[in-house]
Design a protein around this ligand. Structure first.
Ligand code: RIB
Ligand code: CA
Length: 316
């Protein structure tokens, strides 16, 4: 079976970087482009980080396109407390020797999806500003994209940014609203499943048996991320939201799903950015999201660790 052609829209971001590494270590997918967006850090910084991580993984042939540096409506909300000022925790990668492409991320998404009808899988692991802008500029991408996987939301799980809202959705709830109501075939990976997938200090010790720039990067970046999770949420380890979302593009059996009528709150109250579902479908609407609500954490973690080990053995 030929590999899935994927595009990643992203705000690297420690767990975003781990998702890149998992994609590069997985023959089931072919990463054809990265579009960067504001989020964990600014768009110029997420762009630098994407270029640096690709260079670390000897994958600089993959083009990077910079996108929006502000949400559609709200003020910018970065998360240095979670990912560090650089966005990659304590990792200190050299300045990238490559540059981003000149084309805007939203235009690259439009051009690539329209010129490859029903071929491209879009993985969205940051605030959805670029994808919403692309949809508004060219609504036909909704009918031409093969499938969309979104890391976002917290349906029956507490938020990680407000009591109810998950970060990607809270940062740009208006963009999320556009995506959720676009008619695109979307699979949502919310905190309900990602918070069961914790990368632990023991998992890191296993990877550190291999001496490689890859394992050094994972150690340096996740050490900061683990400190955040310990301090803010008393979690021993760190939640690797984005790699789980990537894994579902080629191993959907890791999770169990429900087709739901779902929405995101864009009102200005305490619920802003909250993703919720009409579970009993009182309004008899057609479900608009396939939501991952069950997960087999060890199956995912084993996949992630095995793939990181094989990538680390290739890159010394
Ligand atoms: O809420 C978690 C999400 O927000 C992850 O994608 C993380 O990288 C941040 O973007
Ligand atoms: Ca992210």
């Amino acid at each position: 079976m030929s590999p899935k052609r994927i595009l990643i829209d992203t705000d690297p971001g420690i767990d975003d970087a781990l998702a890149f590494l998992l994609a590069l270590a997985s023959p089931e997918v072919s990463l054809e482009g990265i579009t960067t967006v504001h989020g964990n850090v600014s768009a110029p910084q997420t762009t630098r980080n994407a270029l640096s991580v690709l260079e670390l993984a000897r994958a600089s042939q993959i083009p990077v396109y910079q996108g929006c540096d502000l949400p559609l409506v709200k003020e910018s909300l970065l998360s240095p407390e979670t990912h560090g000022d650089s966005g990659l925790g304590y990792a200190n990668l050299p300045e990238p020797t490559t540059k981003a492409q000149a084309q805007h991320a939203s235009d690259f998404l439009i051009e690539t999806i329209l010129s490859n009808p029903n071929e491209m899988t879009l993985l969205c692991i940051g605030p959805l500003t670029n994808v919403a802008l692309a949809l508004r500029k060219e609504p036909r991408i909704a009918q031409n994209v093969k499938e969309v996987f979104v890391m976002g939301g917290a349906l029956f799980h507490p938020g990680n940014t407000t009591a109810q809202a998950e970060y990607n959705t809270y940062v740009d709830p208006h963009a999320a609203h556009i995506i959720y109501h676009s008619g695109m075939p979307i699979t949502l990976t919310p905190l309900d499943v990602t918070y069961q997938c914790i990368f632990t200090p023991d998992d890191l010790k296993r990877l550190q048996k291999i001496d490689s720039p890859i394992t050094k990067f994972i150690a340096d970046s996740t050490r900061f991320y683990m400190e955040f999770h310990d301090e803010y949420q008393r979690i021993e380890g760190c939640v690797i939201n984005d790699p789980l979302t990537l894994a579902l593009t080629f191993m959907p059996e890791i999770c169990d799903y429900q087709n739901l009528v779902a929405d995101v709150d864009v009102s200005s109250g305490v619920g802003l950015g909250n993703t919720f579902a009409d579970v009993y479908n009182y309004d008899k609407k057609t479900p608009n999201l396939r939501v991952a609500l069950g997960v087999r954490p060890r199956q995912f973690m084993e996949l992630f660790l095995e793939r990181m080990e094989s990538l680390a053995q290739k890159i010394s």
